[in-house]
Design a protein around this ligand. Structure first.
Ligand SMILES: NC(=O)C1=CN([C@@H]2O[C@H](COP(=O)(O)OP(=O)(O)OC[C@H]3O[C@@H](n4cnc5c(N)ncnc54)[C@H](O)[C@@H]3O)[C@@H](O)[C@H]2O)C=CC1
Ligand SMILES: O=C(O)CCC(=O)C(=O)O
Length: 481
């Protein structure tokens, strides 16, 4: 792989047809990418050096150390640079979109239950507000880092553009272990984190949502804290709230639902039948459990579930409805009578048709990609596959539905929630789901057609589609304060 770029050269984009659905957001590359390069950026030296590096073959992904390979920000940047290069993106716009527009670090003092004071570090990174208010979840986990939040914020920008909803991208994170904290401690930490960010949040500025380690209750606390500071109830400042507090019907299940819809589309494209399709899902949290449940209801054979502390396997398929009940009662998937205990890492390598990582980043890397035996990889999680693994999977002919397409059901229904809150009029679950299914199906087709037309893999197609849309609005808005 030394000396090669991530993806083999494809046809020049400017010669390709325009594929966006909404004429307001779709456009040809001449408008977005071919204006003359800016020569006078404030941070030209370092940023242009890095851009040069990004396009320099000597900086091939083959030279990445494992630490670089598994740094989500490096992974995001490599894919972005590849898309930008293929789009022949204007050098100035390239700089604008390569870096987040704002990075906020807060240190949050919290009175703990035992009377001590703990200080937690939190982040909110706003990557882009070019297409609308920043949008993205908040993660509570012990290993959150600024680079991870930067990557997640950028991915939000690209996701919102792939599904063509009027948001930019942001993400938040707090370094903490929510499993070891009481509800009281979590509430105090969440409220203080919100208060520290108060001037940066708002329905027209930045709208958080749940991610790993946060849930509807967390969103209710954020909404309440924000509303107290604003002296009025403002439900549309967050999404993923309880339905009783302005949440949207269907939001809790939406990411998993969306993953199941794009999996259906891949089946049709590859002439595969759900009833003959074996699936393994990694992670049985919000995204993983809902994905497994939707697929099981559609007739897929969900043969394995991998959790952080071990896996569960049944060659004939697990009854996911019963497994959910079992987990609700016992707090774990382990010991479920229908499934045999299985090594969680081995489960990912088992001979299945569809593998769905729905837990965390860097699950498929240079270390295990060659051993994967799935035909289709559907990324429920953000960033589960590294750039080196991408190349290995491409060589193996694995059909990949990339994260910035596969898991957009969540943010799409968050968009519906924001719209409903602002209207003060709420849709039925059927209405929400029909709208979601249509957007997921159309977006899958957009990315697939783009990939075919431009001779690139699905991931780079999704990035190109997204970067092109964001570049267009960025340029349209101009650069004067
Ligand atoms: N919640 C949402 O609406 C969305 C979430 N995502 C992404 O989906 C992924 C999962 O998020 P959620 O389901 O919301 O989080 P969650 O916190 O509800 O669930 C994560 C699950 O993964 C398990 N897990 C953690 N590490 C693991 C490992 N090494 N091996 C196997 N299982 C492991 C956890 O035990 C937990 O059950 C994350 O990458 C998140 O960013 C993406 C789009 C929307
Ligand atoms: O629903 C949202 O606004 C964002 C969900 C999220 O954090 C994600 O898609 O990664």
């Amino acid at each position: 792989m030394a000396g090669e770029t991530l993806i083999p050269e494809g046809p020049a984009l400017a010669a390709m047809p325009t594929l966006g659905r909404n004429p307001q957001h779709s456009h040809d590359n001449a408008a977005a990418g071919n204006a003359s390069a800016s020569q006078n950026g404030d941070h030209a030296e370092t940023k242009e050096d890095r851009m040069k590096q990004a396009t320099d073959n000597s900086n091939s992904i083959a030279t990445l150390t494992l630490e670089q390979e598994t740094n989500p920000w490096e992974a995001q940047s490599l894919r972005f640079d590849e898309a930008a290069r293929r789009l022949n993106l204007d050098a100035g716009i390239w700089k604008v979109l390569r870096y987040p527009s704002r990075e906020i670090i807060v240190h949050i003092p919290v009175g703990m239950d035992d009377g001590s004071i703990e200080v937690f570090t939190g982040y909110r990174v706003q990557h882009s507000s070019s297409r609308g208010p920043c949008k993205g979840g908040i993660r509570y986990a012990p290993d959150v880092s600024l680079d991870e939040v930067r990557a997640l914020a950028s991915w939000m920008t690209w996701k919102c553009a792939v599904v063509n909803i009027p948001f930019g991208g942001a993400k938040g994170g707090v370094i903490c272990d929510p499993k070891k904290m009481s509800q009281g401690e979590l509430e105090r930490m969440t409220r203080r984190y919100t208060a520290e960010l108060i001037e940066f949040l708002g329905p027209e500025k930045d709208v958080p949502a749940p991610d790993m380690g946060t849930d509807e209750q967390t969103m209710a606390w954020i909404m309440d804290t924000y509303s107290m500071h604003m002296r009025q109830t403002m439900t549309s400042v967050v999404t993923g709230k309880p339905v009783s507090l302005g949440g949207s019907r269907g939001r809790k299940e939406a990411t998993g639902r969306g993953v199941s819809v794009v999996t259906d589309e891949a089946m049709k494209h590859l002439n595969m039948r759900p009833e003959d399709t074996k699936v393994v899902v990694q992670g049985f949290g919000n995204v993983g459990s809902n994905t497994a449940h939707f697929l099981w209801k559609k007739g897929y054979k969900v043969v394995g579930i991998a959790e952080w502390d071990g896996g569960l396997y049944n060659a004939n398929g697990l009854d996911i409805s019963e497994l959910l009940e079992y987990r609700a009662k016992n707090g774990t998937i382990h010991g479920f009578k229908e499934g045999e205990a299985y090594d969680k890492d081995e489960l990912l390598l088992s001979a299945v048709d569809v593998l769905i990582p729905a837990a965390t980043e860097n699950v498929i890397t240079s270390r295990n990609a060659a051993k994967l035996r799935c035909r289709v990889l559907v990324e429920g999680a953000n960033g589960p596959t590294t750039p080196i693994a991408d190349e290995i999977l491409a060589d193996k002919g694995v059909f990949v539905i990339p994260d910035i397409l596969a898991n957009t059901g969540g943010v799409t229904t968050s968009y519906f929630e924001w719209v409903q809150d602002r209207m003060g009029y709420f849709w039925t679950e059927k209405e929400v789901n029909e709208r979601l299914d249509r957007i997921m199906t159309d977006s899958f087709q957009d990315v697939l057609q783009y990939s075919i037309a431009h001779g690139v893999n699905n991931r780079i197609a999704a990035y190109m589609l997204a970067v092109d849309r964001v570049a267009y609005t960025t340029k349209q808005r101009g650069f004067y304060a």
